[in-house]
Design a binder for this molecule. Structure first.
Ligand code: AMP
Ligand code: ZN
Length: 491
């Protein structure tokens, strides 16, 4: 450990030594509020933890913004030469799952909605059902899961109990009649993330005050429950939800990690609580770079299941958008900028992405898939490594691909770089632009087949007439190198 700290200090002083193996990347660290050069604890390896979904229903597209954000960080790190080890937890039980120690338990709410009785087995089964949908969604969005471990919180009960025991032994926890709480007064740096002061950690006044707590900011580590849960030194019950992240991060990545991500809603309470637990237990810095994405909003409200305005990836697909249009939509804004969702804005992103795919198909043919180095590629890399400046990276991409200045090989090189960083399938654009057997109406499929038959028999007049009919129904057909490509042009 002393060696690791030595390396970290050494590379901070002499970053050029490290550059020989890995490129310089800057990230905005919520801890300092500033853009900082990324220096991992171990040269060449980035350890990264992302707060994952509570699987009581499908993740909405706001949640998905958080996972596209962390995927983009990992992509930038990998291209820059890092080995990235990642964890995204799956919260598959919960008792006190609001940020404070109040509100309704989301998993219980989910079981009631599905007409299932409240048992651990039912909770687990429901969790796995929605975890499967989450995995499908992130696969649709080209989120690279190769280096990610997805631990279930319920598989780490022993680790959470051990963690709470350590906190108790070190004097950071106290018992009440309803469980065990973290004593924030004992942790001097409490609230350091985002500059949260104790004044602001008031309990929600609408909720009955918890008289057992010594201070409003204290939070539950173990909640007793006589009917449901796991046995523990504090009786049957559940871990509080903050502890799962601290325990799983420590078990799977170690006591000190490089990057921790999540949505900005987690800064004030959840992440300050994670810091308090982890640093109180280990006496070491838990996370060196805290990174947070801004919210996806609907009008002036955040997208959230509880507000009833949630949109899901399944809605995006039902409306015949390629899921990658959503990814493109997110990348058009910087991750720290709040973004407002509308179907029109998504349609704009879809049509831009379709144009980009068309251009990429043409350049693939012109360059014969051969790439050449160029300054545009350097510029593209520089924008991505400057705190993931994806809007600027997209404009470098557009400007360069449209420009006459560069050769097809240089452009193809840029497309390859853009593809690994942005995950937009630019090297292999989908032949159907995301339209599949399932979501193209039978009538259109029939017209496509008739048009192809007309073309095969060289009746181009008839083929053009059918193309016009297809266009009247809101689809465009282009003849690509691998056959006709269908694009949805209207909602
Ligand atoms: P949850 O399942 O509520 O714990 O959320 C999973 C992740 O999505 C967390 O990192 C949240 O901070 C993030 N998140 C939740 N709602 C939004 C939103 N509307 N926009 C962006 N990120 C969000
Ligand atoms: Zn977390």
């Amino acid at each position: 450990m002393i060696m690791l700290a030595f390396f970290a200090r050494f590379f901070k002083k002499h970053p050029s030594v490290m550059e020989k193996h890995t490129a310089r990347i800057f990230f905005t660290n919520t801890l300092s509020g500033k853009k900082e050069l990324f220096i991992p604890q171990k040269p060449g390896i980035a350890l990264m933890y992302t707060c994952g979904p509570t699987v009581y229903g499908p993740a909405h597209i706001g949640n998905l913004r958080a996972f596209i954000f962390s995927d983009t960080i990992a992509r930038v790190l990998k291209v820059a030469g890092y080995r990235v080890r990642r964890v995204i937890n799956i919260t598959d039980f919960g008792h006190l799952v609001s940020d404070g120690d109040d509100g309704e338990d989301k998993m219980t709410k989910g079981l009631r909605r599905e007409g299932l009785t409240l048992t651990l087995e039912n909770m687990r089964a429901m969790a796995e059902k929605y975890a499967a949908i989450f995995f499908e969604d992130i696969a649709f969005l080209n989120i690279d899961t190769k280096e990610i471990t997805f631990p279930r919180a319920s598989d780490y009960i022993a680790e959470q109990i051990a963690f709470i025991t350590t906190l108790e032994q070190k004097g950071y926890a106290y018992r009440t009649r309803d469980g065990v709480y973290f004593d924030t007064a004992r942790f001097s740096g409490y609230g350091k993330l985002g500059g949260i002061t104790m004044c602001c950690q008031q309990e929600n006044t609408r909720i009955k005050k918890n008289k057992e707590k010594h201070a409003p900011a204290d939070f539950v580590l173990w909640k007793s429950d006589s009917k449901l849960g796991w046995e523990s030194p504090w009786g049957r019950g559940f871990p509080g939800w903050h502890i799962e992240c601290s325990a799983m991060a420590r078990s799977l990545l170690g006591q000190e990690i490089d990057i921790h991500t999540g949505g900005e809603d987690h800064i004030a309470i959840h992440h300050n609580n994670e810091i308090a637990q982890s640093e109180a237990a280990s006496g070491r810095t838990f996370v060196h770079y805290w990174m947070h994405n801004a919210f996806l909003n609907m009008g002036s409200e955040k997208i959230s299941k509880s507000l009833g305005n949630a949109v899901y990836l399944s809605d995006v697909i039902t409306k015949k958008f390629n899921p990658l249009a959503l990814r493109y939509f997110f990348l058009q804004a910087h991750y720290r900028t709040p973004l407002s969702f509308s179907w029109d804005a998504l349609a704009g992103a879809a049509s831009a992405l379709n144009r980009l795919w068309d251009i990429a198909r043409e350049i693939a043919i012109e360059s014969k898939h051969k790439s050449a180095p160029s300054e545009i590629r350097e510029r593209f890399l520089a924008t991505m490594r400057d705190d993931l400046a994806t809007p600027q990276a997209l404009s470098v991409l557009w400007d360069s691909l449209r420009s006459e200045e560069y050769t097809p090989e240089e452009k193809w090189g840029l497309i390859e770089d853009a593809d690994v960083h942005l995950g937009l399938s630019l090297v292999n654009p989908p032949a159907t632009n995301g339209l599949t057997e399932k979501n193209v109406p039978e009538e259109i499929r029939d017209m496509l087949a008739r048009r192809q038959a007309a073309r095969d028999s060289k009746d181009f007049k008839e083929a053009d007439r059918i193309r016009g009919e297809i266009s009247d129904r809101g689809y465009r057909v282009d003849d690509g190198p691998n056959g006709p490509v269908l694009t949805r042009t209207t909602l």
